[in-house]
Design a binder for this molecule. Structure first.
Ligand code: FES
Length: 162
């Protein structure tokens, strides 16, 4: 027959119980302090959205053969070297923002989403797009690189002759 004292659960002494609640309290306060520091840091950090510059260096004019249409999908522009000179078009469809594609066999820019079509100079030919593709300002830097400013639209048919 087992001894009666062996079947009783171990009782905590008063000192043990006090130490347990002190540790629990310190732990809770530590977690609360870490949370407060985290929220404080987030609150005091500037709420800034870092966007890439709208000004692009698209390289030397020689890298664009005459009569070429070059899509830069990352920046959403076409750099076109026509007989009249260089110009840059927005490559994002003016309907719902899909990236358009140059179709050399048809000589047009086409949107794969809802079928809008644009001429090589960006004029809307057909489809639901409400506007033509925008022309962006293009200039030559002092180093002789072609620069495009996606934040500045210009009237169409303003070519950069190099
Ligand atoms: S997004 Fe281009 S036609 Fe709709």
């Amino acid at each position: 027959m087992p001894d009666e004292r062996q079947l009783q659960p171990a009782k905590l002494q008063d000192g043990d119980r006090r130490a347990f609640f002190v540790k629990l309290g310190v732990g809770s306060l530590s977690i609360a302090a870490v949370g407060a520091v985290g929220f404080g840091y987030q609150f005091l950090s500037p709420n800034v959205l870092f966007e890439p510059s709208p000004i692009l260096n698209v390289g030397k004019p020689e890298s664009y053969p005459p009569d070429s249409v070059t899509l830069d999908a990352n920046s959403g522009i076409y750099l076109i070297h026509s007989n009249e000179g260089f110009f840059a078009l927005g490559a994002v469809c003016t309907h719902l923002g899909c990236l358009t594609a140059w179709k050399p066999e048809l000589g047009i820019i086409a949107c794969p989403c809802h079928g809008s079509k644009f001429s090589r100079t960006g004029e809307k030919i057909e489809g639901p797009a409400p506007r033509s593709l925008p022309w962006y300002r293009v200039w030559l830097s002092e180093e002789g690189d072609l620069m495009v400013d996606r934040s500045t639209t210009i009237r169409s048919m303003q070519f950069l002759r190099v």
